[in-house]
Design a protein around this ligand. Structure first.
Ligand SMILES: [Zn+2]
Ligand SMILES: [Zn+2]
Length: 370
């Protein structure tokens, strides 16, 4: 099922304050709390609103979500991570749900509601997804501003090309394990007194694979998987920041059992500091030295921007540390649009004056009554 937008789930606007979000969540949580609402679907609904709250109530997670949507959250955090930072106790205590560690509102029982399904799933068939991979990628500020295509080397496990993942030498056969009949698991019954215990264990004959290879593939020694380094093209959109995560579905490790889907590849970006620009979101800051005379008399000064030099008009009588705004010369935003560049002028006082220069300045000072 496609995940719904978190803001929509809580019924709040994108710029909702933390108070708005908390209020909206409390209302919905009370409505769908499984202690009170016994309708089918209430628990799922409760989970949905709780997840939305867990993400939007955390500034960092909310920022990731605003930038990258669900991929930014699912890519960075496990389900446990998403919920572990939330103080559900304090939210439910006021509503008489017991609170504390024993009541339903307690983190542990909330945890059960959320992870009960997941635990059950891991007990299912032995088809496992490949592992996710994470790779860090450094890019320059300029690259973050323009967006780039990069080729990266990803060391990962892949399906053996010789046996195509079967683990059997081409031309030889793969047989169903006679001991477990291809099931991969064995049921062991044990009687103790009047009780009978049934235990499910992986088949020892085929190592739980359900099949027996006549002759292992020479390339992968029967594992069906080889290590290799794959070149992958990554398209980095303009406006990314340090910590931005790109998710490449299916580019992680290949599944090593049961032919499940491959994992995903997460590319975590690190935007390197720039020599002269400081970045704050979509705003770029720059310090520009100007001379005392330019400040006093006014001047047109060439200012570096990401797009090359721009001209800034400094009015006569400008004080040091005055901020000037170059509209639309900042960083692009992931959602389109572009921030501004803010230029702080720093006035440099003239040094090492000659005698005649000093005299001229003294005359000016005298005229100004200093
Ligand atoms: Zn092979
Ligand atoms: Zn077997």
């Amino acid at each position: 099922m496609e995940k719904r937008d978190y803001y929509e789930v809580l019924g709040v606007s994108k710029d909702a304050s933390q108070d708005d979000i908390k209020r909206a969540y409390r209302k919905l949580a009370v409505q769908f709390h499984p202690d009170r609402n016994k309708n089918p679907g209430a628990t799922d609904k409760f989970k949905e609103v709780s997840e939305a709250y867990a993400v939007l109530s955390d500034d960092e997670k909310r920022r990731m979500y605003d930038q990258f949507g669900h991929a930014g959250i699912d890519g960075r955090y496990t389900t446990e991570d998403i919920f572990s930072g939330v103080d559900f106790d304090s939210i439910f205590r006021d509503f008489g749900f017991g609170g504390g560690s024993g009541g339903f509102g307690g983190f542990e029982s909330i945890f059960d509601v959320f992870f009960g399904n997941r635990r059950a799933r891991t007990r299912g068939p032995r088809v496992q997804r490949g592992d996710d991979l994470q790779i860090e990628l450094e890019i320059t500020l300029k690259e973050a501003a323009s967006g780039i295509e990069r080729q990266i080397d990803v060391p990962r496990r892949e399906r053996c090309p010789v046996c195509e993942g079967t683990g059997a030498e081409p031309g030889t056969s793969v047989n169903t394990c006679p001991k477990c009949k291809g099931n991969g698991r064995l049921q062991i019954s044990r009687t103790q007194g009047y009780s009978q215990f049934v235990q499910i264990v992986p088949c020892d004959r085929c190592n739980g694979e359900g099949k027996i290879i006549e002759k292992p593939c020479h390339n992968c020694r029967g594992s069906g998987v080889v290590r290799s380094t794959r070149k992958i093209n990554v398209t980095i959109p303009k406006g990314v920041e340090t910590g931005s995560v790109l998710r490449l579905r299916g580019e992680g490790e290949v599944s090593t059992s049961g032919g499940g889907p491959s994992g995903d590849l997460y590319v975590v970006l690190n935007v390197l500091p720039h020599e002269i620009f400081q970045r704050d979101g979509t705003t770029l800051y720059l310090e520009q030295p100007i001379s005392f005379f330019q400040a006093a008399l006014g001047a047109k000064v060439k200012i570096p921007t990401l797009d090359g030099a721009a001209e800034l008009k400094i009015p006569a009588g400008t004080q040091t540390h005055t901020l000037f705004r170059l509209k639309g010369k900042g960083m692009p935003s992931l959602n389109g649009g572009r921030g501004d560049e803010l230029v702080r002028v720093i006035i440099k006082t003239p040094e090492n004056l000659t005698r005649s220069q000093k005299k001229l300045l003294q005359d000016v000072a005298k005229e100004l009554g200093e």
